[in-house]
Design a binder for this molecule. Sequence first.
Ligand SMILES: [Zn+2]
Length: 495
Amino acid sequence: MLDTLLIVLAGVLVVFGLLILLLILRTRAFSGKTPAIPQVELPSIDAERAAEHLANTIRCETLSNPDVAKINLAAFDQLHQTLETDFPLLHRHLRKEVYEGHNLIYHWEGSEPEMAPILFMAHQDVVPADPSSLDRWTHPPFSGAIVDGVVWGRGTLDCKSQLVGVMEAVENLLQQDYQPERTIILAFGQDEEIGGLRGQKLMAEHFQQQGIQFAAVIDEGGAILTGQIPGVAAPVALVGNCEKGYLSLQIKAVGSGGHSSMPPKVTQIGRLARGIVRLETNPVPAEMERIIPMFKGMGDKAPFLYRMAFANLWLFKGFLMKKIEASPKMSAIIRTTTAPTIINGGVKDNVLPSEVSAVVNFRLASGDSIASVIEYVKFLLRDLDLEVSVAGDHPGEASPVSSMKSPAFHRLDTCIKQVFGDVAVAPFIMLGATDARYYAGLSENVYRFAPLHMQEGQMDSVHNFNEHITVEQFAGMVQFFIHLIQSWSRASWVD
Ligand SMILES: [Zn+2]
């Protein structure tokens, strides 16, 4: 009897041991070992001077405005003049094109002009500083004050640092008589903050007409962040390799109104409310696969528990789903989100309205389309007799996903690690929109990344008060762009 029990126990232990072994082997195969990156000497730059150049652009109040007639064009002229003054070599060596208003294109012809060129993007416009929070700025939003190693003002992060950082890098390389092999193009839009329709959209069409296909594209986007991904302590460089689509739907209940003293069983408001609740409680189904590349990219910097869970979804899918859904930020990565944003109806407390409506905003994850989301919404609301129509002017599909296995990404990944040290590099889905979406058809390698280690509080200052960047952070951006230009502009991408 005892023998049998021992044999059974041993059998259970063996099975259990094999299971643990399988989990560990799969976990190791999931993330692998992060290969060592060769150290390089970083280019030396004059950080104070670079910061001055950035501050000079902050003082140009290049505000975007949905009412195009109200845009202060003189501020954009002033910005262009400032750039000419501060980057004399760049303006002497690169061909400048002012396109459709105040968009800026610079061409730096490579020694191998038949090779696919590289594109560096940024935008010139900034959002206004909210008048109600003006007194909360430590230094006024357009002062470009440099105090104790910090540059203050609107645009220091979003995104004049990206624009000036690239120009500073080009100027620095020209000082060293650097000659790129591939042609380098800089394209700086005038209206990203209001949709880019008169900016990068037109420039992308302009490049398309010339038959240009870019070997790689970089625009603003993710940054190096610490503590933003639940459970991950290491700094992670989040490189946006796709962005979500955009769709707003109007949901309308139309029927009989009347006097509130004799209400029907279901009113128009009740019907609409039911519809909204149904949409909220039945979000578009999530797909765990959408977040896997991010954790895979983090390699052994991701916590063991997560790596094991992702490597063994057959066992841990439920656990992971619970973890991810607990955080709205993470949950938005794995699904098309549903957000009721406007509700309208009723005028008087004793009158039943005959028509009420709501707008629900969806951010489309790749794999879902405008058509499939509309179909899903109509399916959910099928028995409620609600009208569903597209609201707003700019529905857009999710962008294609750029490869994280391409030589272009490999070079980007290496540059990030060489300049910023021991950070994990991971792809992620941009939850908001950037101008880079207009280049989906112009390059297979479109990446969205601001090369700086964003500190706590800094991220919240974007589109808010007290936007600032440290002189050191900005110097790092310039070094990164010098490094990336040299890496990407080589004709051969085989090391
Ligand atoms: Zn921006």
